[in-house]
Design a protein around this ligand. Structure first.
Ligand code: SIN
Ligand code: FE2
Length: 217
Protein backbone atom coordinates (compact mmCIF):
# COMPACT_ATOMS: atom_id res chain seq x y z
CA UNK A 1 0.00 0.00 0.00
CA UNK A 2 1.33 3.40 -0.87
CA UNK A 3 0.31 6.70 0.65
CA UNK A 4 -1.07 8.05 -2.59
CA UNK A 5 -3.82 5.42 -2.52
CA UNK A 6 -5.28 7.48 0.31
CA UNK A 7 -4.41 10.87 -1.09
CA UNK A 8 -7.91 11.75 -2.26
CA UNK A 9 -10.52 9.62 -0.57
CA UNK A 10 -13.27 11.46 -2.44
CA UNK A 11 -11.94 10.04 -5.68
CA UNK A 12 -12.82 6.53 -4.55
CA UNK A 13 -16.21 7.42 -3.05
CA UNK A 14 -19.15 6.48 -5.28
CA UNK A 15 -20.82 9.30 -7.21
CA UNK A 16 -24.17 8.24 -5.76
CA UNK A 17 -24.60 7.12 -2.19
CA UNK A 18 -27.86 5.92 -0.65
CA UNK A 19 -28.22 7.50 2.81
CA UNK A 20 -31.48 5.71 3.65
CA UNK A 21 -34.47 4.41 1.69
CA UNK A 22 -35.63 7.52 -0.21
CA UNK A 23 -32.46 9.55 0.47
CA UNK A 24 -29.50 9.89 -1.90
CA UNK A 25 -26.27 11.90 -1.95
CA UNK A 26 -25.21 12.87 -5.50
CA UNK A 27 -21.58 13.90 -5.33
CA UNK A 28 -20.47 16.81 -7.52
CA UNK A 29 -23.89 17.01 -9.15
CA UNK A 30 -23.87 20.81 -9.63
CA UNK A 31 -20.11 21.32 -10.06
CA UNK A 32 -20.31 21.87 -13.82
CA UNK A 33 -22.90 24.64 -13.36
CA UNK A 34 -21.34 26.44 -10.43
CA UNK A 35 -20.46 29.61 -12.35
CA UNK A 36 -24.02 30.13 -13.61
CA UNK A 37 -25.43 29.22 -10.22
CA UNK A 38 -23.25 31.75 -8.40
CA UNK A 39 -24.10 34.52 -10.86
CA UNK A 40 -27.82 33.80 -10.41
CA UNK A 41 -27.32 33.73 -6.65
CA UNK A 42 -25.61 37.15 -6.64
CA UNK A 43 -28.49 38.81 -8.44
CA UNK A 44 -31.18 37.25 -6.29
CA UNK A 45 -29.35 38.20 -3.09
CA UNK A 46 -29.10 41.78 -4.33
CA UNK A 47 -32.93 41.86 -4.48
CA UNK A 48 -33.55 39.85 -1.29
CA UNK A 49 -30.52 40.17 1.02
CA UNK A 50 -29.42 37.50 3.47
CA UNK A 51 -30.69 38.07 7.00
CA UNK A 52 -30.65 36.29 10.37
CA UNK A 53 -34.14 35.11 11.25
CA UNK A 54 -35.43 34.77 14.79
CA UNK A 55 -37.00 31.48 15.90
CA UNK A 56 -40.40 31.37 17.62
CA UNK A 57 -38.42 30.78 20.85
CA UNK A 58 -36.57 34.10 20.39
CA UNK A 59 -33.21 32.66 19.30
CA UNK A 60 -31.39 34.40 16.40
CA UNK A 61 -30.21 31.80 13.90
CA UNK A 62 -26.47 31.66 13.08
CA UNK A 63 -27.27 30.80 9.44
CA UNK A 64 -28.24 33.82 7.29
CA UNK A 65 -31.19 33.18 4.97
CA UNK A 66 -33.02 34.42 1.92
CA UNK A 67 -35.34 32.85 -0.67
CA UNK A 68 -36.31 32.77 -4.30
CA UNK A 69 -39.37 31.37 -6.01
CA UNK A 70 -43.10 31.93 -5.55
CA UNK A 71 -42.82 31.12 -1.84
CA UNK A 72 -40.13 31.75 0.73
CA UNK A 73 -39.58 30.17 4.16
CA UNK A 74 -39.50 32.60 7.08
CA UNK A 75 -39.39 32.43 10.85
CA UNK A 76 -40.21 35.00 13.49
CA UNK A 77 -41.73 35.12 16.99
CA UNK A 78 -45.07 34.08 15.47
CA UNK A 79 -43.75 30.83 14.00
CA UNK A 80 -42.39 29.21 10.84
CA UNK A 81 -44.24 29.63 7.54
CA UNK A 82 -44.02 30.27 3.82
CA UNK A 83 -44.78 33.77 2.48
CA UNK A 84 -45.21 35.10 -1.07
CA UNK A 85 -43.52 38.40 -0.16
CA UNK A 86 -40.18 39.16 1.47
CA UNK A 87 -41.08 40.65 4.87
CA UNK A 88 -38.03 42.98 4.60
CA UNK A 89 -39.17 44.70 1.39
CA UNK A 90 -42.85 43.76 1.07
CA UNK A 91 -42.10 42.69 -2.52
CA UNK A 92 -42.45 39.17 -3.97
CA UNK A 93 -39.37 36.99 -3.51
CA UNK A 94 -37.09 37.04 -6.59
CA UNK A 95 -38.09 34.54 -9.28
CA UNK A 96 -36.33 31.19 -9.12
CA UNK A 97 -33.56 31.24 -11.75
CA UNK A 98 -34.08 28.56 -14.44
CA UNK A 99 -30.63 27.04 -13.76
CA UNK A 100 -31.63 26.39 -10.14
CA UNK A 101 -35.06 24.99 -10.96
CA UNK A 102 -33.66 22.70 -13.64
CA UNK A 103 -30.75 21.41 -11.56
CA UNK A 104 -33.12 20.67 -8.67
CA UNK A 105 -35.49 18.78 -10.98
CA UNK A 106 -32.59 16.81 -12.48
CA UNK A 107 -31.24 15.89 -9.05
CA UNK A 108 -34.70 14.73 -7.95
CA UNK A 109 -35.02 12.69 -11.14
CA UNK A 110 -31.59 11.09 -10.60
CA UNK A 111 -32.74 10.09 -7.11
CA UNK A 112 -35.90 8.49 -8.47
CA UNK A 113 -38.39 11.36 -7.99
CA UNK A 114 -39.73 12.43 -11.39
CA UNK A 115 -41.70 15.61 -12.02
CA UNK A 116 -40.22 17.69 -9.19
CA UNK A 117 -41.35 21.30 -9.69
CA UNK A 118 -40.06 23.42 -6.80
CA UNK A 119 -41.90 26.65 -5.95
CA UNK A 120 -39.56 27.57 -3.09
CA UNK A 121 -35.79 27.77 -2.70
CA UNK A 122 -34.32 28.62 0.68
CA UNK A 123 -30.81 30.09 0.53
CA UNK A 124 -28.71 29.36 3.62
CA UNK A 125 -25.34 31.03 4.20
CA UNK A 126 -22.98 29.51 6.75
CA UNK A 127 -19.89 31.34 8.00
CA UNK A 128 -17.29 29.55 10.16
CA UNK A 129 -19.12 28.47 13.33
CA UNK A 130 -22.64 28.68 11.83
CA UNK A 131 -24.76 25.59 12.40
CA UNK A 132 -28.27 24.33 11.91
CA UNK A 133 -29.87 22.26 14.66
CA UNK A 134 -31.60 18.96 13.88
CA UNK A 135 -35.05 19.58 12.43
CA UNK A 136 -37.62 18.20 10.00
CA UNK A 137 -38.80 20.13 6.94
CA UNK A 138 -42.51 20.04 7.63
CA UNK A 139 -43.95 23.46 6.78
CA UNK A 140 -44.84 22.37 3.23
CA UNK A 141 -48.45 21.61 2.22
CA UNK A 142 -47.85 17.99 1.37
CA UNK A 143 -44.97 15.64 1.76
CA UNK A 144 -45.27 13.70 -1.49
CA UNK A 145 -42.51 15.75 -3.17
CA UNK A 146 -38.90 15.35 -2.03
CA UNK A 147 -36.52 17.98 -0.65
CA UNK A 148 -33.49 18.76 -2.85
CA UNK A 149 -30.39 20.40 -1.38
CA UNK A 150 -27.39 21.79 -3.31
CA UNK A 151 -24.21 22.76 -1.51
CA UNK A 152 -21.63 25.32 -2.62
CA UNK A 153 -18.42 26.63 -1.09
CA UNK A 154 -16.77 25.31 2.09
CA UNK A 155 -17.40 21.67 3.03
CA UNK A 156 -19.78 20.90 5.88
CA UNK A 157 -20.78 17.96 8.02
CA UNK A 158 -24.40 17.14 7.23
CA UNK A 159 -26.30 15.25 9.92
CA UNK A 160 -28.96 12.95 8.54
CA UNK A 161 -31.17 10.76 10.70
CA UNK A 162 -34.58 9.17 10.45
CA UNK A 163 -38.10 10.49 11.09
CA UNK A 164 -37.50 9.58 14.76
CA UNK A 165 -35.85 12.38 16.72
CA UNK A 166 -34.38 9.92 19.21
CA UNK A 167 -32.28 8.12 16.60
CA UNK A 168 -28.70 9.31 16.32
CA UNK A 169 -28.03 10.87 12.89
CA UNK A 170 -25.27 9.73 10.53
CA UNK A 171 -22.62 12.29 9.48
CA UNK A 172 -21.76 12.99 5.83
CA UNK A 173 -19.25 15.45 4.42
CA UNK A 174 -20.93 17.69 1.83
CA UNK A 175 -18.66 19.46 -0.62
CA UNK A 176 -18.98 22.10 -3.29
CA UNK A 177 -21.45 20.88 -5.92
CA UNK A 178 -22.95 18.01 -3.91
CA UNK A 179 -26.70 17.41 -4.01
CA UNK A 180 -28.79 15.54 -1.45
CA UNK A 181 -32.34 14.42 -2.18
CA UNK A 182 -34.70 13.01 0.44
CA UNK A 183 -38.29 11.99 -0.08
CA UNK A 184 -40.73 9.11 0.28
CA UNK A 185 -39.95 7.23 3.51
CA UNK A 186 -37.12 9.72 4.26
CA UNK A 187 -39.16 12.89 3.62
CA UNK A 188 -39.50 13.72 7.32
CA UNK A 189 -35.99 12.64 8.32
CA UNK A 190 -34.34 14.83 10.96
CA UNK A 191 -31.33 16.65 9.54
CA UNK A 192 -28.96 19.48 10.41
CA UNK A 193 -25.49 20.88 9.89
CA UNK A 194 -22.57 20.74 12.36
CA UNK A 195 -20.74 24.03 13.12
CA UNK A 196 -18.91 25.04 9.92
CA UNK A 197 -15.13 24.65 10.08
CA UNK A 198 -13.08 27.64 8.93
CA UNK A 199 -11.46 27.47 5.52
CA UNK A 200 -11.11 29.23 2.23
CA UNK A 201 -12.99 28.15 -0.88
CA UNK A 202 -11.67 29.19 -4.30
CA UNK A 203 -15.03 30.56 -5.51
CA UNK A 204 -16.88 31.46 -2.31
CA UNK A 205 -14.17 32.37 0.20
CA UNK A 206 -14.92 31.71 3.88
CA UNK A 207 -18.50 30.54 3.53
CA UNK A 208 -20.85 27.79 2.52
CA UNK A 209 -24.09 28.33 0.65
CA UNK A 210 -26.84 25.73 0.64
CA UNK A 211 -29.87 25.93 -1.61
CA UNK A 212 -32.87 23.89 -0.44
CA UNK A 213 -35.65 23.34 -2.93
CA UNK A 214 -39.19 22.44 -1.92
CA UNK A 215 -42.64 22.06 -3.36
CA UNK A 216 -44.16 24.13 -0.59
CA UNK A 217 -47.55 25.35 -1.83
C1 SIN B 1 -31.65 22.96 5.59
O1 SIN B 1 -31.98 21.97 6.23
O2 SIN B 1 -32.45 23.87 5.32
C2 SIN B 1 -30.23 23.15 5.12
C3 SIN B 1 -29.37 21.95 5.09
C4 SIN B 1 -27.96 22.29 4.65
O3 SIN B 1 -27.50 23.43 4.80
O4 SIN B 1 -27.28 21.39 4.12
FE1 FE2 C 1 -34.05 21.47 6.50
Amino acid sequence: MTADLFEDMDAVEPAQQALAPGAVLLRGFARGNDGVLLAALDSLLAAAPLRHLVTPGGHTMSVAMSNCGALGWVSDRRGYRYTAADPLSGRPWPAMPAVMRELAARAAQAAGFGGFAPDACLVNQYLPGSKLSLHQDRDEQDFSAPIVSLSLGLPAVFLFGTPERSERPQRYRLQHGDAVVWGGPARLAFHGVAPLADGEHALLGRRRINLTFRQAG
